[in-house]
Structures are given as structure tokens and as C-alpha cells.
Design a protein around this ligand. Structure first.
Ligand SMILES: [Zn+2]
Length: 278
């Protein structure tokens, strides 16, 4: 599933090819994604100049003078830049061709992605309840403590909640909790300020590194099937169930938390003092 670093990398990868270009043709081959792609886009977009390529959480925002095209990659989507014509494959559902002969193509085998249009300057309703961006100053220890006050929710589910902070997917949540030495099931109201401070720093660091890694494979957005992201050999816990912890050598454990697999080190990641799990 494309996570925040892949989405950020996608934005950076496509922007230089399409920024400032005018839309020539919009092609909808399969409208039924997570929501129906609005059919009026084929009349609405041609002639409009692309003013900015942006991102909010995992939504890619293509900004035009009269509105914003919102693209979400869902579970399996990818956006590619085609510099010439390329045969259409089965899951190529949506194209925007630009006046500079570049085509932006959305491919999405599982069709959980989305293409939506927000008229005017207003923010789309999907975006206005989102929490802060993890790599901005808006996400700091204070916003975290306020959101955690009086809540007993497990910390892993807390940091994966888009209202608390956006873009911390399963892989990055597991890695950040290991880096901060916090048990994934620790109730958030029992975690010390010092631990939370470490966790905020770990989330920022891990996402920044993942984006940097993605940045090394930008060329994949032209033609190829672009699969940037975190280097597997750098993962400390994610996907390493049963292997030994890189810090203490103890075998890593897997639990289910909120229907998601969670791998952690029971020795390095302790529960807060006095907390017992049922
Ligand atoms: Zn360990």
C-alpha cells in the first residue's frame, strides 16, 4: 500500500514534468474507483493550467485556478508520467494528457483509489478533519499530549489515527515505537512526556529518511512501475517476526492490534510502570 513517503515521492516525481502545463485531454476508462470519478472532468479540465502539485496526508492535490483535482492511490494505485504514447494496460483507469505531450496515468488494480474534484478555493471535506502533517512544526510534543490526554487507547493505534497525526502507516508506526522503546499496547495516558518526546522525534526521523530514500528512485516515475520507499534492510521490526532484535538479540514478537500485525521487542519496548495487559 502506498504510504506517505511514497505519496510525497510521487508528488516530487511528477511535478517537474507537468507543472505549468495545460491540460489537453482527460480520459476516464474505468470510473468506478472507491468513489465514481466525476464525468464532468473531461470537459472541466481541458485548457486549464496546472498551478501546483501538492500533498495533504496521502491525498495528491493538483491545483488549478478553478479548483483542485484530488487523487488518492488507495491500496494499490500508482501514478506515472508517460513522455510518449504507451499501450494502455488493464488497470490504467485514468489519464490526463498535457499540452507538452506528457501524460499522467493512474493505474490501480484493486480500485480503492480515488479521483475527486473540489471546485473553488474551499477545502474538500475529506481533508478538513485531518490532523497535522508529521514533518511540519504543527506536529510537536504539545499537540501530541493534548490529543493523548485522558485516553486509554493503545499507542500504536493512536499514532495511526489520522486525526492525531496524518501519514503514520503500519510500517512507520512499528518502527517509530521501536526507536522510542515504547510497547505498542501502552495506553497513551500512561506514557511519560519524555517518552512521547522521543516518539515524536522518531516519527519525524523515520518518515524523513523514507522520503529521502524514495527520492533516490524518482526516475522510476517515468515509464517504469516506480516502487520507492524504505529500504527493507533498514527495518528494525516490521516484517521481522521471530528474527532477533538488533539491539538485545531476543526474538521479536508479533501481536494483532486493531486488525493490524504488529512486530516488537518485548525486552526493549516495555510497558509503562504499573501497566498490566489483560
Ligand atoms: Zn530488543
Amino acid at each position: 500500500m502506498p504510504e506517505l513517503p511514497e505519496v510525497e515521492t510521487t508528488c516530487r516525481g511528477i511535478e517537474p514534468h507537468i507543472l505549468g502545463a495545460c491540460v489537453k485531454v482527460v480520459t476516464i476508462r474505468q470510473a468506478q474507483l472507491r468513489w465514481l470519478i466525476p464525468g464532468h472532468l473531461i470537459h472541466e479540465l481541458p485548457g486549464l493550467k496546472l498551478l501546483a502539485v501538492d500533498r495533504r496526508s496521502k491525498y495528491i492535490l493538483l491545483r488549478f485556478a478553478s479548483g483542485v483535482l484530488i487523487i488518492h492511490l488507495g491500496m494499490s494505485g500508482s501514478l506515472r508520467v508517460l513522455l510518449g504514447s504507451e499501450a494502455v494496460q488493464k488497470h490504467d483507469h485514468f489519464d490526463i494528457s498535457f499540452s507538452n505531450n506528457v501524460t499522467l496515468r493512474l493505474t490501480d488494480p484493486r480500485r480503492f483509489g480515488a479521483v475527486l474534484w473540489q471546485e473553488g478555493a474551499q477545502e474538500h471535506k475529506l481533508l478538513n478533519s485531518l490532523g497535522p502533517e508529521p514533518l511540519t512544526e504543527a506536529f510537536d510534543i504539545n499537540t501530541f499530549l493534548i490529543a493523548a490526554a485522558n485516553r486509554k487507547i493503545a499507542v500504536k493505534q493512536f499514532i495511526m489515527d489520522n486525526k492525531v497525526v496524518v501519514g503514520v502507516g503500519n510500517i512507520y508506526a512499528a518502527e517509530a515505537l521501536f526507536a522510542a522503546a515504547i510497547h505498542p499496547q501502552a495506553p497513551v495516558n500512561k506514557i511519560s512526556k519524555a517518552k512521547f518526546t522521543k516518539l515524536v522525534a522518531a516519527i519525524k526521523y523515520i518518515l524523513a529518511v523514507a522520503i529521502e530514500r524514495g527520492g533516490t528512485t524518482l526516475k522510476d516515475f517515468v515509464g517504469g512501475d516506480g516502487k520507492p520507499g524504505y529500504f527493507a534492510q533498514e527495518l528494525q521490526v516490521y516484517g521481522r517476526k521471530g528474527q532477533s532484535c538488533n539491539v538485545c538479540q531476543q526474538s521479536l514478537q508479533e501481536i494483532r492490534l486493531g486488525q493490524r500485525s504488529t512486530v516488537f521487542c518485548a525486552k526493549c519496548q516495555r510497558l509503562p510502570r504499573g501497566v498490566k495487559l489483560n
